[in-house]
Design a protein around this ligand. Structure first.
Ligand code: GRF
Length: 188
């Protein structure tokens, strides 16, 4: 079993999807040790509890700086012997403390065809720019925002009368297939 930690800040549907696949045995040889979140009131917290997982909640602003925050997170990761970090809607840049400790072992999923539309509101930006297609990307995490090496992508069309909500649903359906596949392939 390879121990992974999932980091989320929001609705946590990718996290939930990964958990369901682990539980069904579709995603094999993976043990999710805990959910880590920087948003104690986010919906992902309740999902974590429903899955019977430890949920580690942090308030980054209560630390003197990012270094102190990440050192605290790292202590917990080490206590759980976590080998890989899987970001699933974690809305914070990973700093040197975690990058050094988990070099080449942090994955992220981003709702655009990187290198296009890095950062926030990637879906709205693709829609407003009149793109005919967009999609999702799984990549390794480095110090930049959505700049790490690309591992895999899936595309979907953008329709003429599309809404952001409809497009987001379309992209998430891709993510629910792609992220578990890549996790299974990469994490051994
Ligand atoms: C996903 O679209 C992912 O690509 C991005 O944040 C979103 C998280 O959604 N990084 P959810 O919290 O998993 O529903």
């Amino acid at each position: 079993m390879v121990k992974i930690a999932i980091f989320a800040s929001g609705s946590g549907t990718n996290f939930d999807n990964i958990m369901q696949r682990v539980k069904k045995g579709v995603l094999r040889n993976i043990e999710v040790t805990a959910l880590y979140t920087d948003q104690p009131t986010a919906a992902c917290v309740q999902l974590g509890q429903q899955h019977g997982l430890p949920v580690h909640t942090y308030r980054p602003k209560s630390y003197v700086d990012k270094l102190a925050y990440e050192q605290d997170v790292l202590k917990q990761l080490e206590a759980e012997q976590v080998e890989w970090i899987v970001l699933a809607g974690y809305m914070r840049l990973i700093g040197n403390t975690l990058l050094d400790a988990y070099e080449g072992k942090i994955l992220n999923i981003h709702p655009s065809l990187l290198p296009k539309y890095k950062g926030i509101d990637a879906i709205g930006k693709a829609l407003n720019n009149g793109e005919l297609e967009t999609g999702t990307t799984v990549h390794y995490v480095d110090a930049g925002m959505d700049t790490g090496q690309i591992i895999a992508q899936r595309k979907c069309p953008i329709y003429q009368d599309d809404t952001k909500a409809a497009l987001e649903d379309r992209i998430k359906s891709l993510e629910y297939e792609l992220y578990p596949e890549v996790i299974q392939q990469i994490i051994r």
